[in-house]
Design a protein around this ligand. Structure first.
Ligand code: HH2
Length: 285
């Protein structure tokens, strides 16, 4: 584990109880995606209306999700996202979030803004999902240290560079994020790492990150993978986002084999089934 040096170091290395529970199953936990946005890459506009968002959240729960990841700003892995203010993000979340939380399963907040994350945690969200791994906003780490919630640190880059060694880049990014986390006092046992499939990566690099996921186990932290409907799938099999279920399942099964303990997906029922069947078959080896 890469440790930071000479600074106040958190002693909270114990695994957060919620993570412990989520990670204790025989198959990876499944995180269902709820995008309360007009422009998400695969389902933008479908769940912006509060009643439709809530119906989708109910569906994710019924289908077997272990976590609901609520986002109100598209981060569009392939560029072209329209940045929104914290106020707009909160305005989209406000009519939906507490109703989703009432469904009784853990809710994570997919936001890179500390103000929005604080709003969601105040409303009862219990996990922070930062697609910039604590590196975009200098206040995020302190907020999350203070709140003591599990934190998903995702690898990201402003632009893909086909010339770089993507595994080296991901490892370097994680080391920086972990240093920021340690300095702020976020316990190691609160952290989940995510290679950020599709974010600042060519299709080839997304596939390398999936194929070589097991190399990231050396950080000694749980791994999350979200390959759902992403564009690298179309580089192999031409398709629109809503036609990528087969590719998403293939990627997620390979990720599970590589050590992913949480899978983020738009298609919960199919993913739960695929993970369970793959695990049951592997059990017979
Ligand atoms: N992918 C997306 C958004 N958030 N968070 C994590 N931890 N890992 C991911 O792979 C990830 C993520 C992109 O998917 P989606 O939310 O459907 O799209 P958009 O950002 O356009 O709303």
């Amino acid at each position: 584990m890469m440790a930071a040096t000479s600074r106040p170091v958190s002693t909270a290395t114990a695994v957060h109880p919620l993570l412990q529970k989520l990670l204790s199953g025989p198959v990876p936990a499944v995180m269902g995606v709820l995008n309360v946005t007009p422009d998400s890459f695969s389902d933008g506009g479908q769940f912006l209306a509060p009643e439709r968002a809530l119906a989708q959240a109910r569906r994710l729960v019924a289908e077997g999700a272990d976590i609901i990841d609520v986002g109100a700003e598209s981060t569009r892995p392939y560029g072209g996202a329209r940045p929104v203010s914290a106020e707009e993000e909160v305005a989209r979340l406000r009519p939906v979030l507490s109703e989703v939380i009432k469904l009784g399963i853990p809710v994570s907040i997919d936001s890179m803004k500390p103000g929005v994350t604080a709003f969601a945690l105040d409303a009862g969200a219990v996990i922070a999902n930062d697609v910039w791994g604590l590196q975009r906003d200098g206040h995020m780490a302190a907020l999350l240290a203070q709140r003591g919630v599990p934190v998903i640190i995702m690898h990201n880059r402003d632009h893909a560079d086909p010339a770089i060694d993507i595994m080296k880049d991901i490892a370097g990014f994680f080391a920086r994020s972990l240093e920021i986390a340690t300095r702020a006092g976020i316990g190691q046992g609160h952290i989940v790492l995510d290679p950020g499939i599709g974010f600042g990566k060519t299709a080839e690099q997304s596939m390398i990150a999936l194929a070589r996921l097991d190399e990231l186990k050396r950080f000694g932290l749980p791994l999350l993978v979200g390959a759902s409907r992403k564009r690298f799938i179309a580089s192999v099999s031409s398709s629109e986002p809503d036609q990528r279920l087969g590719g998403s399942l293939a990627a997620h099964l390979i990720a599970a084999r590589g050590g992913a303990r949480i899978i983020r997906t738009h298609d919960v029922a199919e993913t739960v089934q695929a993970l369970r069947v793959a695990a049951a078959i592997e059990d017979k080896r």
